[in-house]
Design a protein around this ligand. Structure first.
Ligand SMILES: [Ca+2]
Length: 551
């Protein structure tokens, strides 16, 4: 269950990368409630001497919070947190399916809770809520909340100011970070390969380009890498076709991790979505070559939920395109070790370095905006309560609060060994570890202020060797690879036709690879996308970039 949840959260983060341009695509509610005009920035120093003196009830809408805060259920983590901050959080439940719709309705009918979580940055909702005074601006002076202040001053955080690019812009939300920095996305796209299978087929050198990769995948199909005497294995599978963007860094780095905006090499100076460049076509042709050689899972276009990962963990495929973060590697390891009780995943896996770009000879690494989703404060919330909300965030972003809501009670569920946290999980009668979320339901909403990727290199719940493998690759990428050539502000620009950015890598790669003529299919697709809104969008984006000096 915990893993399912992690996966759900993770998938949403991934969905964000791949659809960062797609906008929210939902109906706008234009009947604004009667609220005050955009609230002014209040100085919180007027709060009484002990800022926690008065007890406060804070209502919060966040995914699954109804399961994390259940009345009458014992929960020492919740109690400790509430006591520390002298608060009660009143859960206003939303699910992953209904949150956007519910929050839009509440915003339009003045029924918003004190704070709510949603992914609205850069959408019409975001703009409307700010302009119509539905959400509260954060105080200019965040110094009473040092952890919040430190986060908001991080690399890449300026894009969360409104209006974006305006030097007088202000924060209207607390971004929920995936990573503390744009650079920390480096392992969120990667390639896992069975090292033991490489040895079994007599290829021990890791592939460094597509031709070598194809050769290895063919060997995985033809040379019985699992040594059972049957031709029953496939080469590469993937979580789904979106993850094949990993190959694109060798052709069009702007396609690594999805469709980023890049400068058109054929029309210098113009911003275009990366799938429209000739280099993107070269990358699609390369993936087609892999497919035609029999090296790619024939079902790559239809893989659902965990099918691809299950195949790989069940020894049906020798390579797996997904991410190579500690949490995903650990999750694959759990599945793999269930299927192979006599093996350790860390001993049979290697994570590949990216292939050099065929045009400029560079390695590229993924960067992305640091946050997925944000927490907003209802504009009707009074200043004392806003202060308390910010103190809550300050606490859970800090070490003590973070450890409490992720690992449980110090001394009972974990202890410190030097700088490291050692988990000491309780066991049930049969000796199985009891998940911390069973003992303390509140930990189910441990993502109140940040996702699990922020502290991935130190997280004690992932396997240390796999964590190191991921961390070593990150070190290598930071030293040797260039960030993908994009400007992360572009997809967040406020332009009228933003919702027309509907192209997805998955759709494009599936159509191209399954066609007989990649070039014709790609040309047709580009033409179609241009006619259906991209031409206008590209014009608007370039005008806006010119206005804001984004070059
Ligand atoms: Ca076999």
């Amino acid at each position: 269950m915990k893993n399912l949840k992690k996966t759900a959260v993770f998938l949403l983060a991934v969905a964000m990368i791949f659809s960062v341009l797609a906008g929210c695509g939902t109906q706008q509610e234009n009947n604004a409630p009667e609220t005050t005009s955009a609230a002014s920035t209040q100085n919180t120093s007027t709060v009484a001497e002990d800022p926690l003196k008065d007890h406060m009830e804070i209502s919060l809408a966040m995914w699954g919070i109804g399961e994390a805060l259940v009345e009458g259920v014992q929960d020492a983590v919740r109690d400790q947190l509430f006591q520390k901050l002298n608060i009660t959080i009143k859960p206003v439940n939303v699910t992953w399916d209904d949150y956007t719709q519910k929050i839009q309705v509440w915003a339009a009918s003045s029924q918003l809770p004190n704070m709510f979580a949603i992914d609205s940055i850069g959408t019409q909702n975001y703009k409307n809520w700010i302009e119509q005074g539905i959400v509260h601006v954060l105080p200019d002076d965040l110094s009473p909340y040092p952890e919040v202040q430190k986060m908001m001053n991080g690399n890449g955080m300026d894009i969360y100011k409104y209006p974006m690019g305006d030097e007088n812009g202000k924060f209207y939300a607390i971004p929920r970070l995936n990573h503390f920095s744009v650079d920390d996305w480096s392992t969120d796209n990667g390639m896992q390969v069975r090292k033991d299978w490489m040895e079994n087929v007599g290829i021990t050198k890791e592939p460094e380009n597509m031709d070598e990769f194809i050769e290895l995948m063919k060997a995985f199909v033809e040379k019985d890498p699992d040594q059972n005497g049957k031709k029953d294995t496939i080469g590469l599978t993937c979580y789904n076709a979106d993850w094949l963007t990993w190959f694109m860094s060798a052709y069009e780095p702007g396609m690594l991790g999805g469709i980023n905006w890049v400068k058109d090499p054929e029309n210098s100076g113009q911003w275009i979505p990366a799938f429209m460049t000739k280099n993107a076509l070269e990358g699609l042709k390369a993936i087609k070559k892999l497919y035609d050689a029999g090296g790619l899972d024939k079902d790559f276009a239809t893989l659902k939920s965990e099918e691809g990962r299950n195949k790989y963990a069940a020894n049906k495929a020798g390579a797996y395109a997904h991410d190579v973060t500690p949490s995903t590697l650990s999750y694959v390891a759990q599945q793999f070790e269930k299927n192979n009780p006599d093996k350790k995943y860390k001993d049979v896996v290697t994570v590949l370095k990216p292939f050099k770009n065929v045009n400029d000879g560079q390695y590229y690494r993924l960067i992305a905006n640091p946050a997925w989703s944000e927490t907003y404060i209802n504009a009707k919330t009074d200043d004392k309560k806003i202060d308390r909300i910010l103190r809550l965030f300050d606490y859970v972003l800090g070490e003590e609060g973070y450890n409490l809501i992720h690992f449980g009670i110090e001394g009972t569920d974990w202890k410190k060994d030097g700088d490291k946290i050692v988990l000491t999980p309780k066991k049930d009668a049969s000796g199985n570890e009891i998940p911390v979320s069973t003992t303390y339901p509140f930990t189910k909403c441990g993502f109140i202020a940040e996702w699990s990727g922020t502290r991935q290199w130190t997280n004690p719940s992932t396997e240390p060797e796999l964590q190191k493998m991921s961390s070593d690759l990150n070190d290598w990428l930071q030293a040797n690879a260039k960030p993908i050539p994009t400007d992360l502000r572009v997809p967040l620009l406020d332009v009228p036709d933003k919702d027309k950015a509907t192209a997805k890598f998955q759709d494009i790669v599936i159509k191209c690879v399954l066609s007989n003529d990649v070039e014709k299919t790609w040309n047709d697709l580009v033409k179609e996308y241009r006619a259906n809104g991209y031409d206008k969008l590209i014009e608007e984006i370039n005008a806006k970039c010119a206005e804001l000096g984004i070059q």
